[in-house]
Ligand binder design. Structure first.
Ligand SMILES: Nc1nc2c(ncn2[C@@H]2O[C@H](COP(=O)(O)OP(=O)(O)OP(=O)(O)O)[C@@H](O)[C@H]2O)c(=O)[nH]1
Ligand SMILES: [Mg+2]
Length: 526
């Protein structure tokens, strides 16, 4: 994992995290991005090493021992070092770097402490636990800026609680760029040195640096100073401290960010269930039944026995009553502005939508931490507010199957033919009865199998009318059923689109954001 990967992950954490990241780590995150960008622009070959420790541990003395002359002498005149001092061997590029570090006291020397350490920038620093707030501020600021940290402790105070709890532990992620130095080893008997080193190593391991290396040195006698020079030479030669330090900063910050938890995937079934619930609450079944009712009414009008079918006209069309279907189209309404006349969702229907949406969000959020769960819930609440209007509009816009059937006309004609036939039969009988009365010659009524033909015509016409009525009713019921199903399918599709846009997509986006955040957190913390 390169520093670029981690920085990219850090940016992703910022964007994907949004307001799930509390203000304090969020501002740290911004500051770190800015800080890393600046450090990377400055003298990439230089390695900045700072000597940190309590007052009197011998930081200034150790710097002098490393350099081989008393460069830090002017500062020793005072009881404590209060300004940072830099020793450099390669002024090229170091000036900008030291300006950024705000280190004004600079000493340039010719002979590097190690042949590989020409680009080393060695800093003597004020004590970190100083009674002087200014000293402490300088040490803390530079502890955040240097590429590598050398903790200088002495045999009396090496186990100091403040040093370990407040300084080394928070830098546990920086193990790769950390050296622990036990100075003033000359004050211990030769037999005690390894015991104190072992004890210090134990404590540092407990601080969270499992592979800690502790070097025992003496600024006074020069013991171990060569080993420290070599260790610093290693750091400078590797030229990786800068990136390792920034990576450790990113990892330490990532440790403080809350993981979103286990980001699940929603099964398609959850979406289907949600759409079905919302559709029922939105009145899809009411509309689908009205489509069937409207068809049956118009079918009865068109195919019923003409002498009574006008009664069907008196009933209002169930679809028109909802402000849907043919009447609306005829009026030329703009469906985008149109609202249906569906009764406004009652409390039970509204509750049903809310419960379904919340259930969906909760299923999506299962496994997430409370912070992320609440962002999904917020998104669900927004959806719940906007859904009713969007659903009504979707129903108004849905093109419903409201055309007539081709066979209506055929049945209509046949019904009229049957009526005419009955009229012919009746007229015939009437003629036969009346003609002799007005003195006209009677005519013979033909008889088939003992039945008068006009009577047969009337009976056949009435039977045909009844039969046509029954047939049209059956056909009408069948078609109305299929219209109802078709309407329901179309409405479900329309409602599905609304539910997708206002619930499924935002919740999905929230889950994606959590997933992206989790992946970036893993990258940043690795
Ligand atoms: N015996 C012994 N004394 C040392 C050693 N290193 C430093 N001293 C002494 O410890 C005292 C403090 O040394 P400094 O180097 O000024 O300590 P410092 O860590 O720079 O202290 P501040 O600048 O106040 O933070 C001086 O009197 C040094 O002579 C050492 O290795 N052995
Ligand atoms: Mg000092």
């Amino acid at each position: 994992m390169t520093l670029d990967d981690r920085l990219a992950a850090l940016r992703t954490l910022r964007t994907a995290g949004g307001d799930t990241v509390p203000a304090e780590p969020a501002s740290k995150l911004d500051a770190l991005l800015e800080h890393a960008g600046r450090r990377r622009e400055l003298s990439p070959g230089s390695t900045v090493v700072g000597l940190f420790g309590a007052t009197g541990s011998g930081k200034s003395s150790l710097l002098n021992a490393l350099v081989g002359e008393d460069v830090a002498r002017t500062h020793v005149r005072r009881p404590t070092t209060s300004e940072a001092l830099a020793v450099i061997w390669e002024p090229e590029g170091a000036a900008d770097l030291l300006d950024w570090l705000a280190v004004r006291d600079r000493v340039v020397r010719a002979d590097p402490i190690d042949p590989r350490a020409r680009q080393l920038v060695l800093l003597d620093l004020p004590d970190f636990d100083s009674v002087e707030a200014g000293n402490r501020a300088v040490a803390e600021r530079l502890a955040a800026q240097v590429d590598a940290l050398v903790w200088v402790v002495d045999p009396q105070k090496y186990a100091d609680e403040v040093l370990h709890a407040q300084f080394i532990t928070p830098h546990a992620r920086h193990a790769e760029v950390t050296l622990i130095v036990l100075n003033q080893s000359d004050l211990l008997t030769p037999a005690d040195v390894p015991r104190v080193v072992a004890s210090l190593t134990d404590i540092v391991v407990r601080d969270g640096i499992p592979k800690a290396t502790v070097l025992a040195v003496s600024a006074r006698t020069g013991a171990g100073v060569d080993a420290l020079r070599a260790a610093l030479g290693d750091l400078a030669a590797a030229r990786s401290s800068r990136d390792a330090r920034l990576s450790a900063d990113i990892a330490a910050l990532a440790d403080r960010l809350e993981s979103p938890g286990a980001v699940g995937r929603l099964e398609p079934r959850a979406r289907t269930r949600l759409i079905e619930e919302v559709a029922v609450a939105a009145g899809v079944d009411v509309v689908a039944r009205a489509v069937a009712g409207s068809y049956r009414k118009r079918s009865a009008q068109a195919t019923g026995w003409p002498l009574v079918s006008w009664i069907a006209r008196l009933r209002a069309d169930p679809l028109s009553r909802l402000g849907l279907g043919r009447t609306r189209t005829k009026k030329g309404d703009d469906p985008d502005l149109h609202r249906t006349s569906l009764p406004p969702a009652n409390a039970a229907a509204r509750a049903r939508v809310s419960i379904a949406v919340r259930d969906y969000a909760d299923t999506a959020a299962a496994g997430l931490t409370e912070t992320w769960r609440s962002t999904l819930r917020t998104s669900a609440e927004t959806s719940i507010r906007t859904l009713p209007d969007a659903l009504d509009l979707a129903i108004a816009r849905t093109s419903l199957p409201d055309r007539g059937s081709w066979w209506w006309m055929l049945f209509g004609i046949l019904q009229w033919v049957s009526i005419l036939t009955a009229l012919v039969g009746a007229g015939w009988l009437l003629g036969a009865a009346l003609l002799p009365r007005i003195g006209l010659p009677p005519f013979e009524i033909p008889v088939v199998e003992g039945w008068a033909v006009p009577t047969l015509l009337i009976v056949a016409a009435v039977l045909a009318g009844i039969l046509l009525g029954l047939l049209a009713g059956a056909l009408g019921a069948l078609t109305a059923g299929s219209r109802r199903r078709k309407a329901r399918r179309r409405l479900l599709t329309a409602i599905g689109a609304v539910v997708d846009a206002s619930v499924v997509t935002p919740i999905g986006a929230g889950l994606d954001r959590a997933r992206t955040f989790a992946a970036a957190l893993t990258t940043a913390a690795s």
